[in-house]
Design a protein. Structure first.
Length: 242
């Protein structure tokens, strides 16, 4: 049997070499795409966290805790909430910043407690009431067509009785507690107040009007805040629980 000519081995080696080179180039390209994707996600996440922190400085949340989860206590909580909102709606319209709104709320705290106690007593209860400004963690929450990310916010909190019941919350400033519930739309005046204190990117993100809309994870981890890409969809992170 005669030996196989040398060119045969050379051609076979050249084909294998080219295949290996193609696989290496493809693997390198995939690795570069993955690394770029991870980098973009990390950058976007940090940007979104900074956005939430800036947003938290521009709004005042409202938090009302019922004495218990009984139907009567939950109904009473809503009555107190409505009475306080009605009482504070006019004073808060005179505020131009979140800081002014907090000062207004702090000044009116004795009257707010009086209003709350009056509602409680009118309904046959004698629960004590505590009210004041606190730093609280809030999960993601939509108010009509505006969505606020999860995170820590300054809030005006009212605790009825032992405060062991389910809570109710909204945004006192700008006033998002008075949205059009039927159509789920925030009043344009409130939107304009938000626009005036936020950057354009931040405003577009929370209203979902921009190319990149905020996607919020509803877990207890305030770092689970993401941006969803509309073009590079494969880079979109999946929030936990989905």
């Amino acid at each position: 049997m005669s030996p196989i000519p040398y060119p045969y081995y050379y051609r076979r080696f050249a084909r294998h070499k080219k295949t290996i080179q193609n696989i290496a180039m493809l693997s390198l390209s995939i690795l570069i795409w993955v690394l770029c994707g991870i980098y973009l996600i990390l950058v976007r996440e940090e940007h979104t966290l900074a956005m939430q922190q800036n947003l938290a400085e521009q709004v005042v949340r409202f938090h009302v805790l019922a004495d218990s989860n009984s139907a009567a206590d939950q109904a009473l909580k809503l009555l107190v909430k409505n009475a306080v909102l009605e009482y504070m709606s006019e004073p808060l319209t005179r505020c131009d910043t979140a800081e002014e709104a907090l000062q207004m709320l702090d000044t009116h705290t004795p009257d707010i407690i009086r209003v709350a106690k009056s509602v409680i007593e009118e309904n046959g209860y004698s629960y004590p009431v505590k009210a004041g400004i606190k730093e609280l963690y809030f999960p993601v929450k939509s108010y009509g067509d505006v969505t606020l990310p999860a995170g820590n916010y300054t809030a005006y909190q009212i605790i009825i009785g032992e405060g062991k019941g389910n809570n109710w919350w909204c945004v006192l400033y700008p006033p998002l507690c008075f949205i059009d519930i039927t159509h789920g739309i925030v009043p344009e005046e409130s939107k304009e107040q938000l626009r005036s204190v936020l950057t354009e990117d931040e405003y577009l993100a929370i209203t979902g009007e921009g190319n990149n809309s905020l996607l919020f994870d509803e877990t207890e981890n305030p770092r689970n805040v993401y941006l969803r890409f509309r073009i590079l969809s494969f880079l979109n992170p999946k929030p936990s629980g989905t």
